[in-house]
Ligand binder design. Structure first.
Ligand code: NAD
Length: 469
């Protein structure tokens, strides 16, 4: 909680805000605006800890699905929680913001903040919700920004909605750090909770709300809204940097005949470095890292304080998405246009159906541009890929089905079920025994023993492929 000095500052800020919520006991009726990957997990997990939560979305089809007790997304463990909390009447959904926020003491905004054409975060959804809240939020309610937003957005939203409402409305920041694929676990057992507040009451309300999730002494970190907003960008920037770093090292390993797996072990045991997020691959994707890195770059440029390291991280990642396509082109040469390639893994990472900025999209685009045909498989993301590519691809329900009649296999996402395949069956199904592994799932000596030509990322596989491009 805030220090004494900070507390005084909060008290002053609170007087500026008016004391409408200073004495409120929070009966924690919660509204969550935006029921995507973050908002839906937030509403459901807050209901699971005993709160009455209501999710709001402008997407009527999504709300209808949720009202029917089904999930519009794939996220492990979420369906069971959703259904239980709906049964126990702690969790409901609506498209009507005013119904949802009428009695809410805490209103979370978890709408999308996608990248605009210039790389900046597009905040149109956030402003739209804020403007509506000015007339629907009840006096004393606290608006909490959970969406990832550029530093300064909290202050702008607060003055914008307070001006529209004609009374002060407090806006807090509470960036979310969950990972798709492990979102429920991350929300229920967070490494830390970060809040950016201007008043002690807002800090207390959020601490009370999160207390059930922090029982294992995980920290509740209170700071200014600006620091909370910056913390989210700094966290994703650091993680993206680790990935681009190891990818760059992996590419160099191939040139010098070193094996990135050995190098990774060699550096990871150094406690200052560690092993997390140091797996080379086909580049990072998803709805967060690419967009947050470019939003940070954009913000820094507007402030005339360029973040050169982040510009390099972004550049390295865009190049990395072309490494696997380049290996495939080098292997087949001009014959690629007559080939059919199997692809395992389309989601940007395992255990999600999210394909936003997925490396698989770069691979599919590159292969289609070369005239190759593709037979694709993913345990959860096929419906989303089909919405983009329609009849340009052959969609396969089973991984081995994708191999039938294919001239090789590219692996782009490391779903656990791909890790120990039946290599003999694979060789029988494929017309040519070649694997382009963008996730280093196998040991080169194993694939070789089964008669495969094997390309990986930064490993000594015996196959040479040009990296320069
Ligand atoms: N996905 C993640 O892993 C993750 C993790 C941490 C933070 N975040 C951040 O959280 C935010 C949400 O991300 P997401 O992945 O859940 O997005 P999403 O696209 O899955 O969901 C956003 C939802 O907001 C709804 N929405 C948009 N405008 C609305 C409006 N005016 N009224 C009501 N609903 C509206 C959309 O219909 C959609 O259902 C983003 O800022 C993102 O950067 C995402």
């Amino acid at each position: 909680m805030p220090s004494v000095g900070e507390g005084r500052e909060f008290a002053r800020a609170n007087r500026r805000l008016g004391s409408s919520h200073a004495t409120t006991r929070f009966n924690v009726k919660i509204a969550v605006v935006g029921t995507g990957y973050v908002g839906l997990v937030t509403a459901t997990c807050l209901a699971e800890s005993g709160n009455e939560a209501i999710g709001v979305d402008k997407d009527a089809a999504k709300i209808a699905t949720l009202e029917a007790g089904n999930l519009p997304i794939y996220e492990p463990g979420l369906l069971e929680l959703l259904q239980r909390n709906r049964r126990e009447q702690r969790l409901s959904f609506t498209t009507d913001l005013s119904t949802a926020t009428r009695d809410a003491t805490l209103i979370f905004i978890a709408v999308g903040t996608p990248p605009a054409a210039d790389g900046a975060a597009d905040l149109a959804n956030l402003w739209a919700v804020g403007d509506a809240l000015a007339s629907t939020a009840r006096p004393g309610a606290i608006v909490v920004i959970k969406s990832t937003v550029p530093v300064g957005t909290n202050a702008k939203l607060m003055s914008r909605i307070s001006a529209r409402a004609g009374r002060p409305i407090e806006v807090a920041s509470n960036p979310e750090f969950l990972k798709e694929g492990a979102a429920v676990d991350d929300f229920m057992k967070p490494d830390r909770v970060v809040v950016g507040v201007r008043s002690r009451e807002a800090g207390d309300a959020l601490q009370e709300l999160y207390a059930p999730f922090l029982r294992t002494e995980r920290p509740f970190l209170v700071m200014s809204p600006e620091s909370a907003e910056m913390t989210k960008y700094a966290a994703n920037a650091m993680l993206a940097t680790k990935i681009s770093f190891i990818n760059e090292m992996a590419n160099l390993c191939e040139k010098v005949g070193a094996d990135i797996n050995d190098v990774r072990r060699g550096i990871g045991h150094d406690e200052r470095i560690g092993f997390q997020f140091l797996f080379p691959g086909a580049g990072y994707g998803g709805s967060c890292f690419p967009k947050d890195v470019s939003a940070l770059i954009h913000l820094a440029r507007t402030l005339d304080q360029p973040v050169q390291l982040m510009e390099a991280v972004d550049h390295v990642n865009n190049q990395q998405k072309q490494v696997l396509p380049r290996k495939i082109k080098a292997h087949y040469g001009a014959a690629l246009k007559e080939k059919c390639l199997a692809v395992w893994g389309l989601a940007f990472k395992p255990k999600t159906d999210d394909i936003r900025e997925a490396p698989a999209l770069a691979l599919i685009d590159a292969m289609l541009a070369e005239g190759a045909r593709l037979r694709v498989h993913d345990p959860e993301a096929i419906a989303n890929i089909r919405r983009i590519y329609g009849d340009q691809l052959v969609y396969c329900d089973r991984p081995y089905g994708a191999l039938e009649g294919a001239d090789g296999l590219a692996i782009v996402t490391e779903w656990p079920e791909f890790r120990r395949p039946d290599f003999e069956l694979m060789r029988r199904l494929l017309r040519e025994a070649v694997i382009f592994d963008g996730r280093n799932l196998f040991e080169p000596k194993t694939t070789r023993a089964h008669g495969f030509t094997y390309y990986a990322i930064g490993r000594v596989t015996g196959e040479a492929a040009p990296l320069a491009g």
